[in-house]
Design a binder for this molecule. Structure first.
Ligand SMILES: Cc1cc2nc3c(=O)[nH]c(=O)nc-3n(C[C@H](O)[C@H](O)[C@H](O)COP(=O)(O)OP(=O)(O)OC[C@H]3O[C@@H](n4cnc5c(N)ncnc54)[C@H](O)[C@@H]3O)c2cc1C
Length: 101
């Protein structure tokens, strides 16, 4: 029977990113996808925002990983000539409570 190092199930952004990272250390990686091509589900139907990490509780793991991921994503886009825009975001508080969330 043929042997491979790693099998990743699902060729959305997570499966592809995991396979990409693992490919630095492993030679044979199989990605199994139920559709005929990659990125046919949630990963191709999102809002295309690179999140800043402002919506999660301060100092939470989500905030930390979101901020780290944002930096890595901009770096990856620049290194690989992937078009993107850093347009910023204006958040307006409509009352005291919403400004504290
Ligand atoms: C409306 C919406 C807007 C969003 N906007 C943003 C945004 O602006 N910015 C942002 O960062 N994130 C956004 N997200 C979140 C982001 O899109 C998802 O977190 C991300 O795409 C999830 O990627 P995934 O690889 O986990 O899932 P998917 O892209 O769904 O990939 C999973 C893959 O696994 C395959 N699969 C599943 N089961 C099997 C099986 N048994 N065998 C083989 N293949 C299988 C599927 O076919 C699919 O290709 C948004 C999400 C939604 C729903």
């Amino acid at each position: 029977m043929e042997k491979i190092d790693i099998t990743v199930v699902g060729a959305g952004i997570i499966g592809l990113a995991v396979a990409y990272e693992l490919s630095k250390d492993y030679k044979d990686i199989f990605i199994i996808e139920k559709n005929s091509s990659f990125g046919q589900e949630t990963s191709s139907r999102n809002s295309e925002v690179i999140h800043a990490g402002i919506y999660y509780p301060k100092d939470s793991l989500k905030t930390k990983t979101c901020i780290e991921g944002r930096h890595l994503l901009y770096e990856f886009c620049e290194k690989n000539d992937i078009p993107h825009k850093k347009i910023g975001k204006l958040i307006v508080a409509i009352d005291k409570m919403s400004s504290e969330i």
